[in-house]
Design a protein around this ligand. Structure first.
Ligand SMILES: [Zn+2]
Ligand SMILES: [Zn+2]
Length: 233
């Protein structure tokens, strides 16, 4: 059976409904996509203080992340749904929506501070990538790099240690208690960029991103800004 026909049969048995309005057709229909709400303000990486480009507030002047920008709230049911469909059900159309919502939002709102940036995805351990079949932070980093013309640097940092459970699956107290010592390693054989945009899908406590940022700064990177599709839990 040819692929088009297989998809038609699949759509007849499992009709694709819009996650917002439930209309038949697309995962997120054109009308609902057009009114998808992104964040207009950004907050400090360490607290809820509203700052320009999500820069550190005076109280968190020593936070290892210089700032964090996120396109949506994880509490937005549509954001949450898209992420879950993407990460746990491998829905390619969810991935495309997440990539396009994030990059269009970055282009329209110009949320990235100016500078000579290199884009770096938060590295996923290769074992987890094999289990899941794809690497979501790499895909987002790739999309942002292509759409915004920012250099993608893949050989800068790697994951040296693997957790049994991903950070997102732990409860709050375990998330805070988890040690990231020796989890990420920076490749010191190459010239490190001065400014890095670190990409991940969700920013929750910021522990994972801060652990990468800390290694990058120890290796000589001067500014590390985070970019995620969603923020919160
Ligand atoms: Zn809709
Ligand atoms: Zn703060």
């Amino acid at each position: 059976m040819e692929l088009g026909l297989i998809n038609k049969v699949k759509d007849t048995i499992f009709p694709q409904l819009c996650i917002a309005c439930q209309r038949d057709g697309f995962l997120l229909c054109v009308e609902c996509r057009a009114v998808f709400v992104c964040r207009h303000i950004q907050h400090c990486p360490g607290c809820e203080a509203v700052t320009t480009f999500g820069a550190r507030c005076p109280e968190h002047y020593d936070h290892v992340l210089d700032g964090i920008v996120s396109a949506t709230w994880y509490a937005n049911p549509l954001s949450k749904r898209l992420i879950r469909l993407w990460k746990y059900r491998y829905a390619r159309d969810a991935e495309q929506h997440i990539g396009s919502i994030l990059t269009q939002w970055l282009q329209v709102t110009q949320q990235i501070p100016s500078g000579d940036w290199a884009i770096v995805p938060v590295p996923l351990h290769e074992r987890r990538e094999r289990e899941r079949g794809f690497d979501q932070s790499l895909m987002l980093a790739h999309t942002i790099s292509m759409e915004l013309g920012i250099h993608l640097k893949l050989d800068l940092v790697r994951r040296a240690r693997h957790f049994q459970k991903p950070q997102a699956e732990l409860d709050d107290s375990k998330r805070v208690a988890r040690s990231f010592a020796g989890v990420f390693e920076v490749n010191t054989k190459i010239t490190v960029p001065k400014q890095v945009l670190l990409v991940d899908d969700v920013y929750t406590t910021g522990k994972t991103m801060s652990a990468v940022a800390s290694e990058l700064k120890s290796a000589g990177v001067e500014v590390v800004w985070g970019i995620t599709f969603a923020r919160g839990n």
